[in-house]
Design a protein around this ligand. Sequence first.
Ligand code: PMP
Length: 391
Amino acid sequence: MTYLDHAATTPMLPEAIAAMTAELGGLGNPSSLHAAGRRARRVVEESREAVAEAFGARPSEVVFTSGGTEADNLAVKGLYWARRAADPARTRVLAGAVEHHAVLDTVQWLAAHEGARVEWIPCDGLGRVQPETLREMIGTGDDVALVTVMWANNEVGTVQPVAELAGIAREHGVPFHTDAVQAAGHLPVDFGASGAHALTLSGHKLGGPLGVGALLLGKPGKAGGVDPVALLHGGGQERDVRSGTLDTPAIAGFAAAARLAAERRADEAARLTVLRDRLIASVREAVPDAVLNGDPDDRLPGNAHFSFPGCEGDALLMLLDARGIACSTGSACSAGVAQPSHVLLAMGATPERARGSLRFTLGHTSTEADVDALAEALPPVVERARRAGLS
Ligand code: PMP
């Protein structure tokens, strides 16, 4: 198979599989006081140190979760509840218009059920949120519960000016959350330097296992002292903001992957950038009217996102799949078939362009042969999808 869907999930690194497998036979609940429990706790704490070091955090700032979705929910709902409880006037939530559904739907739920007044921070035609836009929207900041803007977009790969955005939120005493699920392992993600109050990570996007992630949670500046209100109540294994027995094997695998991803990041980003540019050039050559979405110059190293005029994205995806090529439609994480990408619509694309798009994403197993296989398969596939047209 030609796997061009690393942004959906990346194959586990052998070292992560080894670390996880070693723990599958391990004994002990990390909360138990006996020797087996202390051993399991040690695995968790060593993993916490590794994740913290990989992403510029302190170990005490790492909260393990069941993945990016839970971390996003914990950050957005939990910070909203905590801020509103401290000051009932704080009900505004400022969220990027091109967020992943784990943030988008959570924010919408707060609006529907918890009285949040949600305002979407618009982006430009490349998918970028301008710091000045946030500055205008935040006002005095006195009625804002939180600001959330992702580090890098999962569909079009656009990178946001996170440090500037976090700085504006901080100036106004407002917690800033960023979803760095796609950025981690590809861009230099340093929690401390970013100025964010909370940052989401996911294990399976950086060579670790599925079903594990983390929320990095600090207490910087005037937004300090606001731990999110927990989503999961119970024994409080994680800093009282997250309960449930920790998945020690998954956490060990995640930590091994995080360590390697950080170590190899610069070299791997350089390699993937060359490969991605080859992919972009060969798609343009194979289908001359294909339109590249997102920023041509400043995007995730492994991301190429195209619209194919006159085609249905799902048809393209299935025709490529029949030829052994795996990719995502442009609306990668939107539920349902034939859904236009909300990201492209927010970027001002026509519904047709938003529907007929595909995302190709590269990762640690990608080679030139993958790119060449795509270039060969695309022309007949696009021609066939064009004949079928838009439904
Ligand atoms: N945020 C972003 C930007 C993502 O791409 C994803 C995964 N598609 C998630 C959050 C959710 O992460 P997880 O799959 O670990 O729940």
